[in-house]
Ligand binder design. Structure first.
Ligand code: FE
Length: 214
């Protein structure tokens, strides 16, 4: 790696190197030392040099979801979820016009796989400041799976990240034991757990920021 280069020309290479080292199990201690030596700023808060990890697509993705930020369409009821956040590149720069294509199960743990209503499905683009908002409901678990929201994320000209967002074990909805469901789910990862606020008037505010390659 090109860590001997001056900061300013090799920052991206440096971060990529740190990510590779971490993935390889080398750890970040050596990189941290290098960062201090080169007087680099602290690692930005949006990332520790890792982009958002992928999770399998699963069997229920459908192309051509409607353009919309509100998935609470007719027949969709349950515990409301207002999810907001930003999409950043690995250098913590907010990315505008990033495609976010969400799909999820409903309050019964069912996907709309056939109807033209595309219930629980919608795509949108981040704003100029890299932000997005999704008005939806907490999905129910279904056999073999803890509650989750699928998403594909693609910056203009970038690769497609396919992943799943998960819920904290403390989430209260539909009588689920989310802690136990998370523990038993083969695809659950902690890195894509959303941050939930306080349940008020049957609605959770929530936060999740994506970090993607471009
Ligand atoms: Fe699913």
């Amino acid at each position: 790696m090109s860590e001997e280069h001056e900061y300013g020309t090799s920052r991206r290479v440096f971060i990529a190197g740190a990510a590779v080292a971490a993935v390889a199990g080398v750890g970040l201690a050596a990189s941290g030392t290098a960062a201090q030596g080169a007087a680099l700023p602290l690692t930005p808060q949006c990332t520790d040099g890792h982009d958002t990890p992928p999770v399998i697509e699963g069997p229920y993705f459908r192309r051509n979801s409607p353009l919309r930020t509100n998935l609470r369409t007719t027949g969709v009821t349950g515990v409301l979820l207002s999810l907001t956040g930003f999409v950043y590149d690995i250098r913590c720069r907010p990315l505008a016009n990033v495609l976010l294509d969400f799909w999820q199960a409903d309050q019964r743990g069912e996907y709309d796989n056939t109807t033209s209503a595309y219930r629980g499905r919608g795509h949108q683009f981040t704003g100029k400041d890299g932000s997005y908002t999704l008005e939806t409901i907490v999905p129910k678990d279904y056999p073999g799976r803890t509650p989750h929201i699928h998403v594909k994320v693609q910056a203009p000209g970038g690769p497609i990240l396919t992943t799943q967002l998960y819920f904290p074990g403390t989430t209260r909805a539909y009588g689920m034991n989310v802690a136990q469901l998370n523990q038993r789910d083969a695809y659950y990862i902690t890195q894509t757990v959303i941050t939930l606020g306080t349940l008020t008037s049957n609605r959770y505010p929530a936060k999740f920021d994506f970090v993607v390659g471009v």
